[in-house]
Ligand binder design. Structure first.
Ligand SMILES: Cc1ncc(COP(=O)(O)O)c(C=O)c1O
Length: 373
């Protein structure tokens, strides 16, 4: 039994038997080629950490390190670049809107910075709505990309409403990484863009001799778009032995966990968390059916667990911000504390299992002080 004294007695957790047999259509194959042709593109590292495998009682643990992705300290540019490419191509093809466009969005930090950077590189404008709780340095990074920033004195969901309102202006387009009924096309492209991350993992695992793919992937979750991309990747290709997929949320904003428990998408009132990118109260409407079908489990972790996970990763040479470290915090919560054996069985893990943790940001993306070290 792995030792994990820091895990809560019983973590907030939900699992769904049968998720591994759920199937969906795959992401379009051309996304990877698009990213590969971008200036500055390189696959992010997949780092094996044998010490974590020993601590977790599994065979091998790999961390996908997104601390430097297309020059930014989080994975988000994968989705934004592909979505903006599709959007601008469509506008050019229609021939009706030749002038510059303002890309409008709301953000907990990383997505807005990626929108601002992409707008600048494409010669467009950006207007970014930032809710309370985002670190001033993360806001300054968006401003430094040349974007107009509007601060919203409310939670993330309120910032999304404000951005959607602003995007009705002429020559403005909402580029949001979450969908709702009637607004699904651009978020769908963003999710497609994230597929490159999973394609890289396949190639990198194969290069290390892992032929059958991972047995568990642990994903930090805000609105669930990244997790949607992960589920789509592993449930969309008819794999013989598809991995278990685990969603990890902050206790202060566990909307996907609450939705899985309820069996229907629900909004939760969010609180404060250092995991700023995960501080979302409503699952994306596009993501929800995919997560409901194809996620094996969801777990919620406190900031203190993310802080300890970030420390452990740092000691092993991987720099993660709070959201990035959540993937390890979730694994530890699942494999430790009361009921750990049942949770391990629910995820199908044994001493030979291969685990991939998505460390979705580096520390500079989200410089919140982490409590609980
Ligand atoms: C660093 C980081 N990790 C994970 C996520 C979660 O992604 P999603 O909101 O698609 O669930 C975000 C979202 O902003 C993020 O910034």
């Amino acid at each position: 039994m792995p030792e994990n004294p820091s895990a809560p007695a019983t973590p907030p957790w939900s699992s769904r038997p049968g998720a591994r047999t759920w199937r969906c259509a795959p992401a379009p194959a051309e996304v990877r080629d698009f990213h590969a042709a971008l200036p500055g593109y390189a696959p992010t590292p997949l780092i094996e950490l044998p010490a974590l495998a020993g601590e977790s009682g599994v065979g091998r643990v790999f961390v996908k390190d997104e601390s430097c992705r297309l020059g930014l300290p989080a994975f988000k540019a994968l989705g934004v670049t592909w979505a903006v490419h599709r959007l601008l191509a469509e506008r050019a093809a229609s021939g009706t809107e030749p002038g510059p466009v303002t890309l409008v969005t709301a953000t907990d930090g990383n997505h807005g910075r990626a929108v601002a950077r992409t707008a600048r590189l494409c010669g467009q404008r950006a207007h970014v709505f930032v809710p309370r709780g985002v670190h001033p340095r993360a806001v300054a990074a968006i401003v430094a990309e040349g974007a107009e920033v509007t601060r919203v004195p409310g939670p993330y969901d309120e910032a999304v409403r404000r951005a959607a309102g602003a995007a009705v202006a002429r020559d403005a387009v909402l580029v949001q990484d979450s969908a709702w009924p009637g607004y699904e096309r651009i978020p769908g492209w963003i999710v497609e863009g994230y597929s490159t991350l999973c394609a890289e993992i396949d190639e990198q695992l194969a290069a290390t001799g892992v032929r059958a793919g991972p047995d568990l992937v642990s994903v930090p979750v805000g609105v669930g778009s990244l997790a949607q991309a992960v589920v789509t990747h592993y449930r969309g290709r008819g794999l013989e032995c598809p991995p278990a997929l685990l969603a990890v949320e902050p206790e202060a904003a566990a909307c996907v966990l609450a939705s899985l428990v309820r069996g229907a998408a629900v909004s939760v009132t969010t609180g404060e968390t250092a995991m700023a990118g995960l501080n979302c109260g409503t699952p994306s409407s596009l993501a929800w059916p995919v997560l409901h079908g194809g996620l094996d489990a969801a777990v919620a972790v406190p900031d203190s667990a993310a802080a300890r996970a970030a420390d452990r990763l740092s000691a092993l040479g991987v720099s993660s911000g709070p959201c990035g470290a959540a993937a390890l915090a979730g694994l530890r919560a699942v494999l430790g504390g009361a009921g750990a054996d049942e949770r391990r069985t629910a995820l199908g893990l044994d001493a030979a299992s291969v685990v991939v943790l998505l460390s979705t940001e580096g520390p500079s993306a989200n410089p919140h002080p982490l409590s609980g070290r």
